[in-house]
Design a protein around this ligand. Structure first.
Ligand code: ATP
Ligand code: MG
Length: 225
């Protein structure tokens, strides 16, 4: 008899929204269909057309935690999330494939009219609001800019408008949200896309089922990219 952990289906951790949506074509390329949509279903565990694979739906920033602790065998998470997670839990995750999905940029943005370059040149101490404290800290340290970082959990665009911060570090894709709030991106911090992440023990003990899926995801993302 094999242990129960070898018999339960592989578990893939995803966040709903763009990562779920952009992962579906990768699963379809592996011959896997998902009948339910997490936007309309309240279920947090979703079966797939493969008895060997189930999905769990978690917050984007919780995906690395589920995978690191082995509650999910693998998952898909943005580099933004992985970077913040790694600062707290170094070295715990295998990250074999850049899937090139959910692409955007991590940027510094300020209120239109705020002279960011001048503030940097003058060595002013900047107040920066962000959800991405680690990435922001490293970025400004590299530039030699003194910053007071203010941790936020969402709606970063508001902070410069109401005087909470001079600048924000946030994800930008079209720039539509910045524009709607009279903000402009003034500097890139990093290019962001999502990576496949894998629990290290699962990779060893469940390779027969896991490796073909990893290979299929890699091929499908290369073909789509
Ligand atoms: P939550 O809504 O649970 O607080 P979140 O806002 O990080 O989490 P999403 O907006 O679904 O959740 O973002 C998930 C991931 O998608 C992010 O971690 C990032 O890698 C990527 N992403 C975020 N915003 C964009 C965007 N505008 N364009 C493309 N990809 C994005
Ligand atoms: Mg979001």
């Amino acid at each position: 008899m094999s242990p129960a952990s070898l018999e339960r289906p592989l578990t893939l951790a995803l966040s709903k929204g763009r990562i779920f949506d952009e992962t579906m074509p990768l699963l379809e390329a592996a011959g896997v269909r998902v009948a339910e949509n997490p936007e309309t279903s309240r279920k947090l565990i979703l079966p797939t057309s493969s008895p060997d694979l189930q999905l769990i739906i978690v917050r984007a920033s919780d995906v690395p935690t589920y995978v690191q602790y082995g509650a999910a065998d693998f998952g898909i998470a943005g580099k933004d999330v992985l970077y913040e997670h790694a600062a707290q839990h170094p070295g715990g995750l295998y990250q074999p494939v850049d899937l090139n999905i959910a692409r955007c940029r991590l940027c510094v943005a300020v209120r239109r009219g705020f002279d960011y370059e001048a503030a940097v040149r003058q060595g002013s101490r900047l107040r920066v609001a962000t959800k991405y404290v680690q990435a922001a800290r490293e970025h400004f340290a590299r530039k030699g800019v003194y910053v007071d970082l203010i941790k936020l959990y969402g709606s970063m665009e508001l902070a410069p408008l109401v005087g909470l911060a001079d600048a924000i570090v946030d994800l930008v894709s079209t720039g539509g949200t910045l524009k709607a709030n009279n903000l402009v991106a003034v500097e890139d911090v990093a290019e962001i896309s999502s990576r496949l992440i894998v629990n290290q023990a699962s990779l060893k003990t469940r390779a027969a089922k896991l490796q073909p899926l990893i290979d299929s995801f890699a091929r499908a993302s290369a073909a789509l990219g």
